[in-house]
Design a protein around this ligand. Structure first.
Ligand code: SF4
Length: 463
């Protein structure tokens, strides 16, 4: 199944998957621990910035400047990178992007590909496409590697294996190595290194994502904490970077604004352990780096967002901060949202990519508390966009029929004083019935519904 089809299919199962996660104490414990930690680290890091609000404003402004002239900045980026020996490929769909990458690998007779973490490659379902062409992709980010062994997909854009415990990972590594690997962080990373070292050395092609690209210089940036991004982008003879077409900043100076916010918002660090800026392939006289650099720029519905009010979503820098503060994500985890993007940013993006009718639960996967908007370093009004999506569902007629009837009846009843009086009386009489059947029963499960007052406020004597 292609990545796009998988995204579409799995994004429609929010309720079913979320229910399973809510009933799993182990996952609840793992989520609580990791997400609270990331949230705390971000808050501490933000507190240390005395110009935080000015920085967020500037980040919003510069990202929207790019979004409002995407083609112009893309042309500038392409020209700058090609002048330094790189190649830029444009792909409208996930299938097209995968086909370009498979072709590049086949032309170089590649059989083994080393990958570093990239949500863009998840989005296009690249691993499945490579495997179908007889090419073995190996994830080298620790979290992604664990998920590849497990046959599952990332549940958090920053910490992809957030739901896995040390014990589960130790059991996997023990099975691979044929010797006991203790469930301790150092032992696990040492084991992963042993398993992956040869992959870095043998890979014919290295595939990475691109956190941000700089239009003025043709530079791509990799922001990682494990150093695997550097190995993947420098040891194999060919480096392919995959990026969404909106991942641009105008200048290196602008990049520094995003980098100050990105690491702090994602992991609470001032800078990640490795921040790699790559401008073209290896040049004459240089000792390392790939002989070729290809950047595959994917659209996958992004340009459709440019015309409407959802274009602000294209300012996202994929920091994950909105996930860590979201009360829904903190309980359901990321798998419920589908195989790539989760939390509030996923709840907005996925329906826009796959169509509202294919992910009808996601705009409702929010309490609309606004914590996501407050946490977003580039000031995307996430909770307002979620409300807009709900409105679109009604306009499109993709809201459930019972919901449309219920709101039509409610609106009709409360448009006249008589209707209002009658409905509020009936509500009290019908409350036990409403809570025992249909959607009321589902909503009321696990909630203590307050009994409606016997006497309405308007009927009470005042004075
Ligand atoms: S929407 Fe904002 S907070 Fe969420 S991942 Fe994107 S940039 Fe970060």
């Amino acid at each position: 199944m292609s990545g796009a089809a998988k995204l579409q299919q799995e994004s429609g199962s929010f309720r079913v998957i979320a229910r399973g996660k809510l009933n799993d104490d182990r996952i609840q414990g793992a989520l609580d621990l990791s997400v609270s930690r990331l949230r705390g680290l971000r808050l501490d890091a933000w507190e240390q910035l005395d110009d935080l609000e000015a920085l967020r404003e500037r980040a919003h402004e510069l990202r929207m400047r790019v979004v409002n002239d995407l083609e112009g900045y893309l042309a500038q980026f392409t020209q700058a990178l090609e002048a330094r020996g790189g190649h830029v490929h444009r792909a409208a769909t996930p299938e097209e992007a995968s086909a370009i990458i498979v072709r590049l690998c086949q032309e170089r007779k590649a059989t083994l590909v080393a990958k570093s973490k990239s949500m863009a490659t998840e989005e296009i379902g690249l691993n499945a496409a490579l495997e179908a062409a007889g090419i073995t992709p190996v994830e080298t980010d620790l979290g992604e590697y664990i998920l590849q062994l497990d046959g599952t997909h990332p549940v958090h854009i920053i910490a992809p294996a957030i739901e896995k415990t040390k014990e589960q990972i130790a059991a996997m590594f023990t099975a691979i190595e044929g010797r006991e690997v203790p469930a301790e962080l150092e032992a696990l990373t040492a084991s992963a290194r042993r398993q992956l070292r040869q992959v870095f050395l043998d890979a014919d092609v290295g595939i990475t994502g691109c956190n941000m690209a700089v239009a003025e210089t043709g530079t791509i940036t990799l922001v990682t904490n494990e150093g695997n991004g550097r190995l993947v982008s420098s040891l194999p003879r060919t480096h392919i970077a995959v990026m969404g077409l909106e991942r641009l900043v105008p200048t290196l100076d602008d990049l520094s604004v995003i980098l100050r916010l990105l690491a702090r918002s994602a992991t609470g660090q001032r800078l990640t352990s490795s921040t790699t800026l790559i401008t073209g392939p290896r040049r004459a006289g240089e000792l390392d780096g790939p002989e070729e650099l290809h950047v595959v720029v994917i659209d996958n519905g992004r340009t459709n967002l440019l015309r409407g009010r959802y274009k602000e979503m294209l300012a996202c820098i994929r920091c994950g901060a909105c996930l860590n503060v979201c009360p829904i994500f903190r309980k359901t985890g990321g798998a419920a949202y589908g195989p790539v993007y989760s939390g509030p940013m996923g709840a907005v993006l996925v329906p826009l990519y796959v169509g509202l009718g294919n992910a009808p639960d996601l705009p409702h996967a929010s309490s609309l508390c606004g914590a996501c908007t407050e946490a977003c370093p580039v000031k995307i009004p996430l909770h307002e966009l979620l409300l807009d999506l709900r409105r679109d569902m009604v306009d499109e007629g993709s809201a459930p029929r019972w919901e449309r009837w219920a709101f039509t009846a409610w609106s009709f009843a409360w448009s006249t004083p008589l209707g209002y009086r009658l409905s509020t009386r009936l509500a009290r009489l019908g409350q036990p019935l409403g809570a025992a059947a249909g959607p009321g029963k589902v909503w009321g499960a696990g909630r203590a519904l307050p009994q409606l007052a016997r006497r309405r406020y308007r009927d009470r004597p005042r004075g």
